[in-house]
Design a binder for this molecule. Structure first.
Ligand code: FEO
Length: 394
């Protein structure tokens, strides 16, 4: 296939992956993904931005079949879904110069086995003149790794942002064609890999706030013709203020914990709090991550298995701890047969969550009247805490 023109002399040469269903052996991909690469032709020089996932190198090869010379390969991010095709590109164009941020250089050596001598680093703010097309490199760390940078094409006002602003979507069209759909997918992506670095995301957003951006061309998913839509969404997701919502990852073995979740959820809804329950036996963890982006409170609901929490509920705690959402309050509810350390183990698994721990409600066997009343009281406490934060004001 011929390179696909985005604007004059800027082309898409990436690969959709409709069949991939899991990323990092962890993240569900209900809509596949894409590995986007872009070709920028100046009067004098040509640059390729990113390679592709090695499994899709044949797609990049097809696009570049009739491109005899590329002068620069720009690696914005070292993770292999973008950098894995670099060795092939270096072989295809022996004279090509590989450019990366300074922190990326040793990472490219480590992850791809490249020779350090093959890599030229560019400084934050440095420009590269291709002849009528000027690339400016902007360090944007931690979206998604520490070495990440974005590349800005000044004349066309295109921000090549790599993972940042991306979404796991496979499609044949190049551009966003449904704002609601893309924002849901982009939120899922933000939740899964950007949320742990929320504060740095805020700084990166500040760093680009004065850039004139006409298009955002990420390395996953479609290109934004309305860049402010995704920038506004990122601002809201990364903002410190949570929403009036509670996330309840739960598991039940013989029904006791399910009854407790049902009661707590109803009591919260009666008090005007939005509830997102996730049965961890079947839940899409991407949706759990998305709900955690905004939630003010997490309530872990688990039965006790061999002294500790049910492993599937425990997994949810480990995941939430890794994702570092902006939650402000946490509680633990659940049940046990004869004893255990479920509560202590769940508490110990969430050191990254800067939360106020609210009372726990643990039932022995089937929940009794006193347990249900304690759940009602917990719902009241959560609603009051949300009220104190002003979360009922919309
Ligand atoms: Fe799409 Fe962090 O790689």
């Amino acid at each position: 296939m011929k390179p696909r023109e985005i604007v004059p002399d800027v082309y898409y040469v990436g690969a959709p992956d409709f069949d991939r269903r899991l990323f990092d052996a962890l993240i569900p991909l209900p809509d596949g993904t894409s590995y986007n690469s872009y070709l920028v032709r100046g009067r004098d020089k040509t640059a390729l931005i990113e390679s592709v996932e090695p499994e899709k190198i044949n797609v990049l090869e097809g696009y570049l079949k009739d491109v005899p010379k590329v002068d620069y390969l720009i690696s914005n991010h070292t993770e292999q879904d973008h950098s894995g095709g670099i060795p092939w590109v270096l072989g295809r164009y022996p004279g090509i110069e590989l450019l990366s941020s300074e922190p990326a250089k040793p990472m490219l050596v480590d992850h791809l086995g490249l020779s350090a001598a093959r890599i030229r680093t560019v400084a934050d703010g440095e420009r590269l003149d291709l002849g009528g097309k000027t690339l400016r490199f902007i360090y944007t760390p931690w979206v998604h790794w520490p070495e990440t940078m974005s590349t800005y094409l000044e004349e066309d006002q295109i921000l090549f942002s790599c993972d940042w602003f991306g979404a796991h979507i496979a499609q044949t069209g190049l551009f966003v064609d449904g704002a609601d759909c893309i924002l849901a997918e982009a939120k899922r992506y933000y939740a899964e890999i950007m949320m742990p670095f929320r504060k740095i995301v805020q700084k990166n957003l500040d760093k680009i706030k004065d850039l004139e951006i006409r298009l955002i061309a990420p390395s996953h998913g479609p290109i934004y013709r309305d860049p402010q839509s995704i920038i506004r969404a990122y601002r809201a997701w990364a903002d410190d203020r949570p929403a009036n919502s509670v996330v309840i990852p739960w598991v039940t073995m013989h029904g006791s914990t399910a009854l407790m979740v049902e009661r707590l959820a109803a009591a919260l809804v009666e008090r005007g709090v939005t509830v997102y329950p996730f049965n961890m036996a079947t839940a899409d963890i991407g949706q759990l991550a998305m709900a955690l982006v905004d939630a003010a409170t997490i309530v872990v609901a688990a039965p006790t298995v061999h002294v500790g929490p049910h492993p599937m509920a425990y997994n949810a705690v480990v995941l939430a701890n890794a994702l570092r959402p902006k939650v402000r309050f946490a509680s633990i509810i659940g049940s046990y047969g004869w004893g255990g350390k479920m509560v202590d183990m769940v508490k110990a698994a969430m050191p990254n969550l800067k939360v106020e721990l609210l009372p726990t409600v643990i039932a022995k066997g089937l929940p009794k009247t006193a347990d249900f009343e304690a759940l009602d009281a917990l719902a009241g406490t959560i609603a009051a805490k949300h009220m104190e934060l002003g979360l009922f004001s919309g």
